[in-house]
Ligand binder design. Structure first.
Ligand code: CMC
Length: 459
């Protein structure tokens, strides 16, 4: 029996539903028996008020601007941890011991190369115009084909190989991302090195040339590592919910994270970081100081990309950390970027404008990550890929949480149908002679040929 019950009265009859509490005091009415008891379902466009699961991974208090991975505030991790250590924390629930960390890092490193036959994908498998998110999603699913024991779609067996699959995906997402960039730009593929850390190895695979070994400044490696760390999980966002939904059907980890990449690609989610830079560039090129753009956003003609969040009704804590990191990186690269000036002006204007204040629209993580990525030379179409690399630990941890659920229900929401009831429609149209009973349309008949003639003969 729950401590608290919620009553819903429908047509004079009252029904009681248990209330669940989270460890941070969040409350939820458990309506899983609502339809069974009342015949009604809950309707919640965009799931803004729907808890789809109970989870132990991440906690967000959007009103207070709090984000914790496994109970630890993001600021503490940003200050003291690395992406790979944080990935371990998110996936396994605890910070690793020295030995665990060393084993985990070694496993990630050992999996950095791709099977040689996968390299053919980068040799004509995709056009140069392919977006790297499309390549990433396809190849994350393909990579599973090389490890059939990990992609059986049989829960117990896939879970048995979970540790290997997790390290493998964390590693290969980085290699695939770098190789997608090299292929698109006609550059030779660069292999990972055994003596480099996670983010440094990624930068090496991205930017080393046959005639010039790329050694990033420590502050640049740290900034990229920080971006990955800050993106590592964000509870039930669009892509993570997608991963959980795919996982709930029994699909393996590789298929599930591949779907997550597709969901992340959209401009209202991970694709926003790419759009922020495009927006700043357009404002810059048009000679606007941001005033005109803000007015257009207020009039609903456009959106201030990198602003607003479904959960945060104050400054996104990740944006706060990245704002400071952006300033540092710009000093290191000695870049006076006019786009940063525009970004700061936009932020000042938006934060003193009642439209944005009344709607609690603050900069989100994508507002400043784009500035950093641009400063370190990352091409704009790779920005969302950076988000995907960072989000991989979260997707992996959520897949496991779904796979380990005792009841293991498939996620399958309901709907309210608002189309027309048309039970007699087809018969009526036939009676009226307006549609043919054959698959063949008049257009096809005019071409003649075998299929049409056969169909005509049959008729
Ligand atoms: N610029 C101008 N107006 C905005 C913006 C914006 N960026 N975001 C929200 N609004 C307005 C919106 O028009 C609505 O106004 P009204 O009440 O007059 O109709 C009000 O604010 C509430 O917005 P909403 O669209 O109902 O809020 P939501 O929770 O459904 O959407 C969001 C959240 C992130 C999709 C939205 O704020 C947005 O499109 N932002 C820009 C894209 C962006 O930066 N996305 C990255 C999110 S952070 C990374 C991640 O976790 O995915």
């Amino acid at each position: 029996m729950a401590d608290e019950m919620a009553n819903i009265t429908l047509n004079g009859k009252t029904f009681s539903f248990p209330v669940h509490s989270g460890t941070e005091g969040e409350k939820a009415i458990d309506i899983s028996k609502l339809r069974q008891q009342t015949g009604y379902i809950a309707l919640d466009d965009g799931f803004a008020n729907t808890g789809s699961c109970e989870s132990k991974i991440t906690y967000i208090d959007g009103e207070k601007g709090i984000l914790c991975y496994r109970g630890i505030p993001i600021e503490v991790l940003a200050e003291n941890s690395t992406f790979i250590e944080t990935a371990y924390l998110i996936i396994y629930g605890e910070l690793p011991s020295r030995k665990e960390m060393s084993n985990f890092s070694q496993k990630v490193l050992r999996n950095a190369s791709l099977h040689e036959s996968m390299l053919h994908f980068f040799d004509g498998g995709f056009p140069f115009t392919a977006h790297p998110m499309a390549i990433l999603s396809s190849l994350l699913n393909s990579v599973g084909c090389y490890y059939p024991q990990m992609v059986t779609n049989q829960r117990e067996q896939d879970l048995e190989h979970f540790d290997d699959a997790a390290a493998l995906l964390l590693s290969k997402v980085r290699t695939i991302a770098a190789m997608a960039y090299r292929m698109k730009n006609g550059l030779p593929l660069i292999y990972p090195k055994r003596d480099l850390g996670y983010s440094q190895n990624f930068l090496h695979m991205m930017f080393t040339e046959p005639y010039h070994e790329y050694y990033p400044h420590d502050d640049i490696t740290k900034a990229l590592d920080l971006i990955f760390l800050l993106h590592a999980d964000h509870e039930q966002n669009c892509s993570t919910s997608t991963v959980r939904m795919v996982a709930s059907s029994g699909a393996n980890l590789f298929a599930s994270v591949s779907a997550g990449v597709c969901a992340l690609w959209g401009p209202l989610h991970g694709g926003a970081n790419q759009r922020v830079i495009q927006m700043l560039q357009e404002i810059h090129d048009s000679g606007d100081d941001g005033t005109k753009f803000i007015e257009e956003a207020k009039a609903g003609k456009t959106k201030l990309m990198g602003f607003g969040h479904r959960l945060y009704k104050t400054y996104d804590p990740r944006a706060k950390i990245l704002r400071a990191a952006a300033e540092k990186v710009l000093q290191v690269v000695k870049l006076k970027d006019p786009l940063l000036d525009i970004a700061q002006r936009l932020e000042e204007k938006a934060r003193s404008d009642s439209y944005f204040i009344d709607r609690n629209l603050y900069p989100n993580v994508d507002f400043y990550s784009g500035i950093i990525l641009k400063a370190i030379g990352m091409p704009t179409d790779m920005f969302t890929v950076m988000f995907a690399i960072g989000r991989m630990p979260g997707w992996i941890a959520h897949w496991r949480e779904v796979a380990e659920r005792e009841k293991g229900k498939i996620i399958r929401p309901r709907q309210i149908y608002v189309g027309s009831p048309r039970r007699d429609y087809v018969k009526m149209r036939h009676r009226e002679g307006e549609i043919s009973s054959d698959y063949e349309s008049d257009d096809h008949k005019s071409y003649g040929g075998g299929a049409s003639e056969n169909a005509a003969a049959k008729a």
